[in-house]
Design a protein around this ligand. Structure first.
Ligand code: GLC
Length: 707
């Protein structure tokens, strides 16, 4: 690619670092796009020097844009087409927060695989996924896009997504290059308000927040997207420590760094850039390659080079990375790679893909409560299905641009295949219900939750309860004196305290995508046994936030021993309503007999352990066995628990399974005050359980061992 680079003018080089929307290439420049084009401040000639496209509708549009571009581009350097394929293309999978609940990295990989096959038929080459931001604040709307509060689970699943997208190589048709985002620490937006300030120590950034991105890069992600937020007072998009010292030097990342939408120009709002020229200077020096949606680079880098403020070498490095990506994507051989109207018809929303979506949805729901065995239902029961999701098909959640609720079945449609007697009323108005029908039913299923636009980007909330109307409706249903099953649709952990005691069972479905209704019915009737576990704590109240399982002990931990001078609230408990890793099954699992082969071991040795899992029921079921550690004494205060391994195992009815784990030194390492990542000798506790709160524990000791 160096020879091609040398043939480019400075303007053409910089053009490769600009990413704009597709309409700029195909609309009549003089008429339709003069507004945005004028605002962007670039000429028609410069449009045909740009390097990549943000978003595309389908194969027809992609082919039209690429053709028009290659006709007008001097060097015929193909455009890269990038898009947000976050949890599916047209076959929509559960939102990432729900997929995280599956604790099944193989399923997450499969979902990413299908997503890339479908997206590639539109000629998309890069997906802005996985979102690997660690999230501990459910007020933040974007928790829906991530994998929750635990660094280990976040890393495992982010890596799985990358492998699913990139599969056998990004040059192959059907595969996508993965862009991990938002680098870094975006999930720490203060008070859960999107785009808000982030302030975190470098120690804790390394300790907890970088693992998701790093594991995605270790899995081969070819791009990194910078985040809107500050890190140590400097916007990530122009943060040299993040983009050069960490990404390039420490991680040895040689892929492409792209800004988030407008985030380079927004450094002016942040007050760290004087104007676009200053932003362009800071961006290229910090190591930003592609500027998304704005043209500060195009408009200012030529002058900065002329003024000797920017060494053209920096631009050459960035452009070379973009050209290398295009080569590795195979675009010089086939600029239209993947784009095929025929394949769109053949592959998109295929039966096979929908079967995978159902498989993933079945493992992504979490059974939170099931008193008096209210569930599973049987087909003889007469059902009253009520609430705003009783016949609402819109279960695809946020960030599902190419998908459509019209591809979904609604709950009532599917319910009618399971019961001969179904009364449906899709309101949350108790007065609108038919009293006779309600009294004539055996069970009430109330399906309520957030609209999909109550979470996702720019959709943060200070109130994370169901609406007042929904809460009142649920409480009012008790008058019918029936068993009540609550089915929840939401893009974040909710404060369910007001309703938890009003219902007999609760199934948390988040947004399960195209096959949501089929999955929910199969779970309600035990054609599939719930197996999901919470990837994020559900608080008792918004006042507890942030509340997460892997918290520090503090110097005055609450011990409920009457001592008031400890860390607690006067008006609320410390623990969440539902903890990380929690989820019920129709099976009755019993864990026992934790055996740790070497409770005293040398640093660097592997710990072998096993635990017995008994299924004391007539129902086969999956259980997620989780292994946590606690480092009792270290150079910095360490969490009371940290997930270090998990296995999802099938235990047949009335059978017992011995589950084995090996923990290597990686499980005991942590970031020291000098940022070195290593393990120290000393005492640890190992916890093994089927949630972060129901565990069996044992002490172990690491010796320095022979040097
Ligand atoms: C948005 C989001 C980012 C997305 C990008 C392109 O603002 O922050 O996640 O990938 O713009 O749509």
């Amino acid at each position: 690619m160096k020879d091609l680079l040398e043939r480019l003018t400075l303007q053409e080089k910089i053009g490769q670092l600009i990413q704009i929307a597709p309409f700029f290439y195909i609309s009549d420049v003089d008429k339709n796009v003069f507004g945005p084009l004028l605002e962007l401040g670039i000429s028609e000639e410069e449009i045909f020097m740009t390097g990549s496209v943000l978003g595309i509708k389908d194969a027809t549009e992609m082919i039209e844009v690429q053709k028009k571009y290659l006709e007008k581009s001097r060097h015929k350097i193909p455009l890269i087409f990038m898009a947000d394929i976050i949890h599916g293309y047209q076959t929509i999978f559960p939102v990432p927060l729900a997929m995280a609940a599956s604790f099944n990295e193989e399923l997450v990989r499969k979902a990413a695989r299908v997503s890339s096959i479908e997206a590639q038929t539109a000629g998309i080459h890069v997906t802005f996924s996985p979102m690997a931001d660690l999230t501990r604040d459910p007020r933040w709307g974007r928790v829906v896009e991530g994998f929750g509060e635990d660094p280990y689970l976040n890393g495992v699943l982010a890596a799985s997504m990358v492998k699913g997208y990139q599969h056998t190589g990004i040059d192959k048709k059907g595969n996508l290059a993965s862009c991990v985002k938002h680098f870094a620490g975006y999930g720490l937006s203060e008070a859960g308000r999107d785009y808000n300030t982030v302030d975190i120590s470098r120690l804790n950034l390394h300790q907890y927040y970088l693992s998701g991105y790093k594991k995605a890069l270790d899995a081969g992600a070819r791009l990194v997207m910078t985040s809107f937020n500050l890190i140590e007072g400097i916007p990530a998009t122009t943060n040299k420590y993040l983009l050069r010292d960490l990404l390039r030097e420490e991680y040895q990342f040689d892929g492409v760094v792209i800004s988030d939408y407008d985030s380079l120009k927004e450094t002016i709002e942040h007050g760290t850039s004087k104007d676009e020229k200053d932003a362009a200077l800071k961006g290229i020096k910090a190591g930003l390659d592609i500027e998304m949606a704005t043209a500060a680079y195009l408009r200012n880098l030529p002058t900065l080079v002329k003024e000797n403020k920017v060494d053209v070498k920096l631009i050459d490095e960035a452009v070379l990375r973009v050209l290398e990506l295009k080569k590795d994507l195979g675009l010089f051989d086939d600029p239209f790679k993947g784009a095929s109207v025929l394949d769109e018809k053949r592959l998109v929303l295929s039966e096979q893909h929908q079967a995978v979506a159902l498989e993933v949805a079945l493992e992504s729901a979490v059974l939170l409560k099931n008193d008096h065995e209210a569930l599973p239902l049987n087909k003889a029961l007469k059902i009253a299905l009520v609430g705003n999701y009783a016949s609402n098909k819109d279960t695809i959640g946020p960030w599902s641009w190419h998908g459509s609720p019209k591809d979904n079945a609604s709950l009532d449609e599917v319910f009618s295949r399971y019961t001969a007697h179904l009364y449906v009323n899709d309101t949350c108005d108790i007065k609108a219900l038919d009293e006779r029908e309600m009294l004539n039913s055996d069970v009430i299923v109330v399906a309520v939750g957030e609209h999909r636009r109550e979470s996702g980007e720019a959709h943060s909330k200070t109130n994370i309860r169901l609406s007042f109307e929904q809460e009142s409706f649920i409480k009012a249903l008790k008058r019918f004196n029936k068993k009540i099953i609550l089915v929840l649709f939401n893009g974040r952990p909710l404060d369910l305290t007001p309703v938890v005691n009003e219902v007999d069972a609760m199934l948390e479905t988040f947004f399960l995508g195209t096959k949501s209704s089929e999955a929910i019915l199969m779970l309600l009737y035990n054609e599939a046994n719930p197996s999901g576990k919470l990837p994020m704590s559900f608080p008792r109240s918004v006042g507890q936030i942030p509340v997460y399982y892997n918290h520090l002990n503090t110097g005055r931990p609450f011990k409920n021993d009457g001592n008031e001078y400890t860390s607690f609230y006067l008006d609320e408990k410390n623990d969440p309503l539902y903890s990380f890793g929690y989820g019920l099954s129709y099976s009755k699992f019993e864990l026992s007999n934790l055996i740790i082969k070497n409770t005293i071991f040398n640093k660097g040795e592997t710990i072998q352990l096993s635990i017995d899992v008994k299924n004391n029921s007539d129902i086969d079921g999956y259980e997620v066995i989780q292994v946590y550690i606690r480092d009792l004494v270290a150079e910095v205060s360490r969490p009371v628990k940290e997930l270090k391994a998990f296995k999802k195992v099938m235990v047949k009815k009335h059978e017992m399974l011995r589950v084995y784990f090996e923990l290597d030194d990686e499980a005991f390492k942590y970031v020291h005050p000098n940022l070195c990542y290593d393990s120290d000798e000393g005492d640890f506790i190992i916890f093994v359980g089927n949630s972060s709160t129901s565990v069996i524990d044992q002490k172990i000791t690491m010796k320095e061992g022979s040097k």
